[in-house]
Design a protein around this ligand. Sequence first.
Ligand code: ATP
Length: 527
Amino acid sequence: MLFRDLVELCSKLEKTTSRTEKVLYIAEFLKKLDLSEVKPAVWFLTGRIFPDYEDRKLDIGWATVSKVLKSLKSTGRLLAKPMTILELHRALLKISLVEGEGSRRKKERLLLSILSSMTPNEMEYFLRILFGEVRVGAADGLVLDAIGKVAGVDEDTVRRAYMFIADIGELAETALAKGAKGLRNATLQLFRPVRPMLAEMSYDIRSTIRELGGIAAFEYKYDGIRLQIHRKGNEIKVYTRRLTDVTNSLPDVVEIARNIRADEYVIDCEALSFKDGKPVRFQDLVKRIRRKYDVRRMVKEIPLEIRAFDLLYLNGKVLVDLPYAERWSLLEKIVDEEYLAKRIVTGDPNEAKRFLEESEKEGHEGLMAKKLDSPYTPGIRGKYWFKIKPAQTIDCVIIAAEWGHGRRRGWLSDYHLAVLDEDSGEFVMVGKTFKGLTDDEFEDMTKRLLGLKIGERGHIVYVKPRIVVEIAFNEIQRSPKYKSGLALRFARITRIRYDKSPYDVTTLSELKRLYEKQFEKKSRIEE
Ligand code: ATP
């Protein structure tokens, strides 16, 4: 199939507003694909080039693209033969593999040959994919529905299969190759990391206990790095929440994993480090992740420990459907106490409150409250886990930045913050901030943002939505100015979340829920 056919589908999708029709178009398209091209076709369609968990970059910025476009215009090249989806994907893979001396020129040449095979319309879609706009052809939700349709299974089955298969391209391939059975049988496998289970925000302990059925487990919420450890005999792999394999950067974690008393397991945990008895702050911890050089020095400087809190697999058995309380008692048997999350089980709000104070006094973030009979639901922010922390924050992605004045001159320092509108797949702006970063961080951020630049207007630089920041704010207000309809008042960055992908940011519907929640404590006059 040609890339051109995929672009045609995207234009067709843009022309209709009917969800059913869109799903139908995508399903028809999927059925026409050759098995070997399903993965790249679905990645392109959903605005990806490689699977989410692959740490692969094209390293092509705005400057390179505009240079190549210019040279294409000036040479007035004739249109080269249109590329198939597979050819285009192979060409992009090749670009990602170019390294070393002269790599810039090589990348430019490869990009030129890609672009010269495209009509202006195709180019537009291609550039959208290249610059990582989430909204290219279809939001993930539509493609998931289409996959369900192709395989003849309901929404829940597709979503459950997606938790375990984790890559939307591979999910589509499984549906097309193995049909309904393939999706129904999808389950956790060793060395195939799953998306971690997520938590809802809790507003107060008493109502959270009620919501969880009158009694709950409370665990320390550590301000560390989420890791998933897989082991089979001597083989141990460690993955981040973005499912990237970071085993080689974390020999100390591997060592701890080796001493866990089971031959085969998948453990969910938080990694953290202590200095002078106090937990090391998050921004220092992330230095350990994906570190490829000087690993030994870093291990000495910031030695990691783990706090395990869940067990997903043990000696040949997938445990995700077992109640959490049972998973915990198996976990307790194989992990030494020092490496387990601190935990109590109670229905008494005062006891939970005291435990929260203890956690904060020791320098941790707060508590997690967990439902005792809940399954492990990968990738889902369900009503089984609640996070209790004093400072409420959301996660936003930076979509643009403004050049600073005065003391901040020379830095991109005023950041446009966006959340994900999961219906349209777009990132929508909710505020701006220049607060919260140190000078060094401004410096570093400016460099990173310039590397992600996709355009500029006046003093505003537009960037690929890549960098996730945690944002504290005083209030959420209605806003006619922003398309999202909401604005954050006194937004400030509390940290840069290099461990999160733009798909992990707060969604617009979550923000709307938070907006409404405010009025449980405050009354409103407007509306
Ligand atoms: P936050 O931004 O508040 O750190 P998050 O957005 O990373 O949270 P959430 O699902 O909202 O993700 O909160 C759960 C996170 O808290 C987990 O991803 C994990 O990294 C961390 N965590 C710390 N301690 C625990 C624990 N005992 N159980 C589960 N998660 C824990």
